[in-house]
Structures are given as C-alpha cells and as structure tokens.
Design a protein around this ligand. Structure first.
Ligand SMILES: [Fe+2]
Length: 511
C-alpha cells in the first residue's frame, strides 16, 4: 500500500495534464558513461507540473533509469527548457524516452546512439562533421548523414544565419527556436545523433563577428542555456588552481566565459576552440597582441596540446575543431598571422604533431577541401566540410587534395585504431552520398591540388557575389557605390543596344 500511493498520485498527475508535448530534443556531450539532453516542452493549464517531465533511459540487459531535469527553465507562459544528464551508462547501445509522469511517453528516440568505451581504450569509430545551414536550407543532407550512423556529429558553426546585433538573450533564444522549428532544423535534430557544437560568426553574432559584437554576453548566455555541451573548462581550472580564472563558477565577465571544450573518445582527443567571443576585430592593427583565441583560451589550448601529446596521455590522435580556414593568406587566420606563427612555433618547440598527430577539422568556407600538410602552416593536415545548406564558396588554399564549393556537403572522419597507431580517413561527401574528396593520413595518395586565383581576383569575385546576393534578397539596402556601379552597367548595356539598333537601321537605309 505504501508503494502504491506515489504511483497512483503520479498516474493521476499525468492523466490530469492533457496539454503537454515535446517541441524538440537536442542530444550531446556523449562520454563513456553519460549523455546530455536539452529538451523543450510545451504544457498548458495549471494541472500540469513541469517537474513531472522526466528522461527514461534503458540499455540492453539493464533496468530503466529515470532522470530529473537538473535545470528546468521557464522560457515563456507555456514553454519549459530542460537539461537532462543521463549518467552511469554502460558502453553499448542506449535508448531513451521523454515521459510526462511514469507512463505518458511524449518522445521516443529515433536514431541510434551508442555509448563509447572508456577514454584511452583503443576503439575504431567514425564521426560526421560540417557547418553552415539556415532555416531555408534543403534538409536532405541530414538524412544522408544519419544513414552513416556516426558516433556523433560535430557542428562547426553557422547553425543559423540570424546575424544578431542586440544584447538581448531572448532574441538569441528565439533564433535557436526558429531554426529548430524549420524543416532544416527539424531534420538536423531529427538525426537524433549526439552533437558537439561550436559556433562561428553568423550564429554567435553578425558576419565576421568578434569580441566587440553587441550581443556577445547574450550569445554566451544562450549557448549555455540551449546547447548540450561538454563541461566548460572546469577540469582545467581545478588543474591549474585558478591561476587563470577561466569560466570560474559565478563568473559573469565575458572574458571568463568562452565556450571552448575538449573530450576524448577512444584514443582521439577532440579540442573545440571558440574563435569568436575572445577575438579582436579582423581589421585591427596587425600587432602581436591581435588574437583569435584570447590570452586565456590560448593558454588552455596550448596546455591541451601538451597534455594530449604527453607520454602517458593515452591519446593517439588530436582533432582540432578549428572553425575557420587555417590556410588563408588573405582573410580568416590570415588576419592573425602573429598568433598563427606563435602557435606553429609552439608546436615545433614542443615537438608536437610527431608521435601524436594533430589534424584540423574546419568549416566556415562553404566547400569540401583537404590539405595533407604540404601548404598548411605547421604542416597540420586540414579537412574542410561545408556547407550543409548555404551556397558554395572557396576560401584560402592551396589545398593539396582539392577544394570543391557547394551545398549539401558534409565530411566523415573514420578513426582506425589498431592499438598502436590511430589513423584518420577523411571523406568529403555530398547529399547524394558521393565522395568528392578523400584522404587517409596513414595511407596518403596523391591528389589534384587546388590553387586559388590571385588576391585581386578573389576580392572582385567576393564583391560581385555580395552585391548580387544583396540585389536578390535586399535590393533596397544597396550601398550608394553599388547602386552607382549597377546603374552604370545598366546604362552602358542600354547604350550598346541603342547603338546597335541605330547602326542596323542606317545599314538598312543604305541598302
Ligand atoms: Fe557559413
């Protein structure tokens, strides 16, 4: 009788609340024993109890475990945002359900999620990675990615293109919600794959944004609220005893709140750097203090590289998720030559990228591209994968194994670990699942090098592309120079037509 009462109350609770539904589920931060889920749910009426929404997790041969939301945040009159941490999981397949009360299932898992083995254990697996889609993007690519059943998906930024310039967290929250309500956003979350997400410019702030972005604080706050991210620097803080006060509990200063993360799967260390919130503007004077990472994140990053490359680290390969092109003499890391040189020197001085190779996974440029290290600063192999849905473009180069612009693009990284060495194979693919560029770091084959055009041509092409897109989408917002240029071109074409018309008339008269 004593056990029956709570069950009866719970059943009555779930019966009383009829107007309850899950809007979306975003999984991430997968480790060898845990999985994190951010869940948005709507419920109407006073009879609904937000705390009755629970996560139920089951694994083969184990009992079903339930988890309460660690943080339940009321986002509007009827929408609640939950943060679930499923813990003490065993390696192997896992299934989850979101239920209201003990029995009312609101959402069941649709994808395949596998909990990996303990870090340091040799394990072969593959991940998918890409960036750059918006609400209007074709959702097809996400279905193609899901068919590969990667262990997780690395989203390298431009999750939306709202280019926000207001320091209002509600506006940033609304952008996540709008994206997740769109067909592309639903398809992305519909993959039901754990995700590791690092932003880039358009989802952090405006185009080419940096630490001066007006919405910086709101953007940092919204990321922490919405994203099922890995721990943010806590371990590092404990290690160095707060010599550098990164992400300390209770911190509100944006310099102390970057969102860089690192985690290990098998013997692969993934390091995700935040290249936006700590960065000086691209146009700032080219002096040694000009920075992409900011001093604190840079110290953390160097420490990560040293630690992962150490003799007893148990790491066989480092993947640096470096969201923007590393190999670009003109823009992107090309704006930050001092810092890039500093990092390259650091790698050389410490004999890194030798026993434990470092490879770069990049987005931002809407292309597939691979460089075996021939042209890359520090000789780090580079693998680009984008755009999920936006129009194609090429940035930087040369790339030893080619560069292909386009939409519907993603990359696969397959890690083969024989216990001695970890090999990585890159496969750059389109939404028809055709491999367009491939490269294996342990079995390199020659490729066709892409050489970029001269800087002048690149600049002219960019100007034309920008003007064209503005003409199509926002023609009323053209700058004066653009209006004069386009007007001049139109007048010249009309004059040419009139001239030809007049001369053909004169010829007819003469005949
Ligand atoms: Fe992009």
């Amino acid at each position: 009788m004593r056990n029956f009462l709570p069950i009866a109350i719970a059943a009555a609770t779930s019966f009383a609340c009829q107007d309850v539904s899950v809007n979306w589920v975003w999984t991430g931060a997968i480790t060898n024993s845990s999985l994190r889920l951010r869940v948005s749910a709507s419920m109407g009426g006073e009879e609904c109890d937000p705390n009755a929404l629970k996560l139920f997790v089951s694994q083969e041969m184990t009992e079903i475990k339930s988890f309460n939301g660690l943080n339940v945040q009321k986002m509007s009159e009827s929408v609640y945002l939950y943060d679930f941490h499923a813990q003490e999981l065993a390696s192997g397949p896992v299934q989850y359900e979101i239920r209201y009360g003990p029995n009312k299932t609101l959402r069941s898992q649709t994808g395949k999620i596998t909990i990996p083995t303990a870090p340091g254990t040799p394990m072969s697996f593959h991940v998918a990675f890409s960036s750059c889609a918006d609400e209007d993007s074709d959702p097809k690519v996400f279905g193609t990615i899901a068919q590969h059943e990667p262990l997780f998906f690395v989203h390298m930024g431009d999750l939306h293109y709202d280019n926000l310039v207001v320091n209002d967290v509600n506006v940033f929250r609304a952008s996540y919600e709008r994206m997740f309500a769109s067909p592309a956003g639903q398809a992305m979350l519909g993959m039901d794959l754990p995700m590791a997400y690092m932003w880039d410019d358009h989802d952090y702030g405006p185009d080419n944004s940096d630490s001066t972005a007006p919405g910086r604080e709101a953007s940092l706050q919204a990321y922490r609220e919405y994203v099922p991210h890995y721990p943010l620097q806590d371990k590092y803080l404990l290690t160095i005893n707060s010599i550098l006060t990164i992400g300390r509990p209770g911190a509100t200063n944006p310099e102390d709140l970057p969102i860089q993360q690192a985690f290990t799967v098998g013997r692969v260390r993934f390091i995700l750097t935040d290249l936006r919130s700590q960065r000086t503007p691209n146009e700032a004077e080219n002096i040694p203090s000009k920075t992409v990472l900011g001093p604190k994140q840079k110290a953390w990053f160097k420490n990560e590289l040293l630690h992962a490359s150490g003799k007893d680290s148990g790491i066989g390969l480092i993947v640096w998720v470096n969201t923007m092109p590393w190999l670009d003499d003109e823009r992107k890391w090309g704006h930050f030559k001092h810092e890039q040189t500093e990092l390259v020197e650091f790698i050389k001085e410490n004999n890194l990228n030798t026993k434990v190779p470092i490879i770069i996974a990049s987005g931002d440029a809407h292309m597939l591209a691979a460089d075996d290290g021939t042209y890359s600063p520090g000789n780090l192999p580079i693998f680009h994968a984008a755009a999920l849905g936006r129009p194609g473009s090429i940035k930087g180069g040369p790339y030893s194994h080619g560069a292909i612009p386009g939409s519907g693009h993603f990359g696969l990284l397959h890690f083969e670990d024989d216990g001695n060495r970890v090999c990585a194979r890159y496969s750059g693919r389109n939404d028809n699942d055709k491999e367009l560029i491939g490269y294996d770091i342990c079995n390199p084959q020659p490729g066709t090098t892409y050489h970029p055009p001269p800087v002048f041509v690149r600049k002219m092409t960019r100007m034309w592309r920008k003007a064209r897109s503005r003409m199509i989408t926002k023609w009323l917002h053209l700058t004066t120079l653009e209006i004069v240029t386009i007007g001049g071109i139109v007048i010249a074409i009309i004059a040419l037509i009139l001239r030809r018309f007049r001369s053909s008339k004169q010829e007819k008269k003469r005949d």
